[in-house]
Design a protein around this ligand. Sequence first.
Ligand code: FES
Length: 237
Amino acid sequence: MTTTSKRRKKRFGRNRTRQVDAEDRQSVLDALGDMPIQRDLLIEYLHKLQDQYKHISAGHIVALADLMKLAPTEIYEVATFYHHFDVVADGQPIPPGLTVRVCDSVTCELFGSELLVSSLQASLGDDVRVQRVPCVGRCDEAPVAVVGKNAIPRATLSQVSDMVREGSTVITTQPDWIRIEEYRRDGGYKAYEACRAGSLTYEHILDELESSGLRGLGGVANLTGSDSTSADGCQHR
Ligand code: FES
């Protein structure tokens, strides 16, 4: 946990007996609309609040906790785990309406994310927040920037600036996906089934992994089949 989040947690922790403010409660109800109140929908509620108010206040957390019959700290822990949510303590400034997130994990850094961050900070002005974030799960398209909710693969300064100027903050293209039945029909999972059936040797599987060139998507980008010690100190093979 960072020093800032520790400080924030302390500030929230003091409000253990805080009463629900009627206005905050109404704000939460407005954001949730006709969604049912279910604990497994917590992340969805947080997205609704973030989308509507561009931040999640301490009052929102207390009101949501009351609606969900949870402790405010439980909501706080979830909300502060993800960089998508801007949890703002009482008296703290509300962040600008638009955030550009730039992945600064290893693969993106190797592909120039540091320069991208500093160039964006210098050119986008005070109305747009530029934030470094950990791996956004698109390491094969590094460096990746996300304008609002719109991920930009192999991002450049001019691309990101154009997106910001045009207000392209939501995803407009559908991923090219197929249904699992179709994937299986086309031969998907055949190798997996062969592994489970024991019809592939251990050596054959390792050779396949090594020659595939597959890399992990956790940010360190180790080769899946490599025989090496990674930055996390683990022996991979
Ligand atoms: S998306 Fe940048 S390292 Fe994964």
